[in-house]
Design a protein around this ligand. Structure first.
Ligand code: SF4
Length: 344
């Protein structure tokens, strides 16, 4: 790591700023390790404003780790519906079931462990989450490194591409041992609200005096190039006589694993026959994928068992597809034609 420290970052200034300016987020008003873990898992890939909505839904549905362990994965996915990155929900469910096992069977007797190492051994918990939960919920001295802290560190030290090791050394060096949870949150809060990616507010920054990069903050760290892959899919939605779409549950691994939806086929749609009508196109963006789905609808009602979309967990993409078909009115036309034929 480059040794430059012209002036040391003021831990006191940052903690005082945090005490005065921290956002009133619901998981900051609890000491419950389960509630804190839920917030950390949700916030990994979700903006705070949306994270609050999903956190409230999850904590109401699963107020304890035991309540999640006793629920089916389908119930967990339904509660997670819309939050995206569904592997997080699947791993959280596996974690809850592991924690509930007796220690004689490799579990934790129903209590989330407080140690960093034990947390790290649980499904879905990496170094960041283990450090965040052990410090925030249990007061253990472990330093977090996330994207916000990386940005603050890179600007303070004027580093273009700090390595994971650089970042962890820097975070470890400054960790306030007496308030590790608050310290970690203070650094992340600064990155999220003051030292922001595009328009950092250096004149409001409590650690401006030690910042080497404040004259050209947006130069640090070097922006990562995100490659977004364009992928094309097609689907043909069928309905049954009750007006429910024929959807199936996807395999646990892979895209939208464990969720329900119409069958998606990658690639361009083949030539359709007269029993399939083109309805329209749905665009959907994931972090590294831009999906275009050409949506068709079968013009014959299916004899298969359909599912009411409200009864199962579906991704936002699948909901958009079903909504597009419903809005087209084709499925209503088909249902009334079948009703008319029944009365002939
Ligand atoms: S002075 Fe500016 S660039 Fe430096 S840490 Fe504060 S907000 Fe970020």
């Amino acid at each position: 790591m480059r040794v430059v420290a012209l002036s040391r970052l003021s831990q006191t200034n940052l903690l005082e700023w945090y005490d005065e300016h921290k956002r009133d987020l619901p998981w900051r008003n609890t000491n419950d390790p389960w509630a804190i873990l839920l917030s950390e898992i949700l916030l990994q890939q979700t903006q705070v404003s949306r994270g609050i909505v999903y956190w409230q839904r999850m904590i109401e549905t699963f107020p304890t780790i035991e309540s999640m362990a006793n629920s089916s994965i389908d119930t967990v996915l339904k509660a997670w519906e819309g939050a995206g990155y569904y592997s997080r929900a699947r791993r959280l469910h596996a974690l809850s079931q592991l924690v509930m096992l007796p220690s004689s069977e490799g579990g934790f007797d129903g209590s989330l462990p407080s140690s960093y190492i034990a947390l790290l051994s649980l499904p879905g918990i990496g170094p960041y989450t283990a450090a965040a939960v052990s410090s925030i919920a249990f007061g253990q001295p472990f330093a977090c490194v996330d994207g916000n802290i990386k940005r603050v560190m890179a600007r303070q030290q004027r580093m273009m591409e700090p390595s994971t090791k650089d970042l962890q050394s820097w975070a470890d060096e400054y960790l306030v041992q007496l308030r590790p949870g608050d310290w970690n949150q203070a650094l992340m809060e600064l990155g999220a609200t003051v030292c922001t990616p595009q328009i950092p507010q250096c004149h409001h920054c409590p650690i401006q005096s030690s910042c080497e990069g404040k004259d050209t903050p947006t130069a640090y760290p070097k922006a990562k190039k995100i490659t977004v892959k364009k992928v094309m899919f097609w689907t043909c939605v069928e309905f049954n006589r009750q007006g429910n779409p024929i959807i199936s549950q996807r395999k646990p691994d892979g895209l939208f694993g464990g969720l329900w939806g119409p069958q998606l086929h990658e690639g361009e749609a083949p030539d359709m026959n007269s029993e399939q009508t083109f309805i329209g196109t749905v665009e959907h963006k994931l972090s590294h994928r831009s999906m275009t789905v050409h949506v068709y609808m079968a013009t014959r009602l299916s004899s298969q068992v359909g599912r009411h979309p409200g009864d199962v967990a579906m991704s936002v993409l699948d909901q958009k597809i079903i909504e597009l078909v419903r809005q087209s009115g084709h499925e209503q036309t088909l249902l009334s034609e079948m009703d008319d034929m029944d009365h002939i």
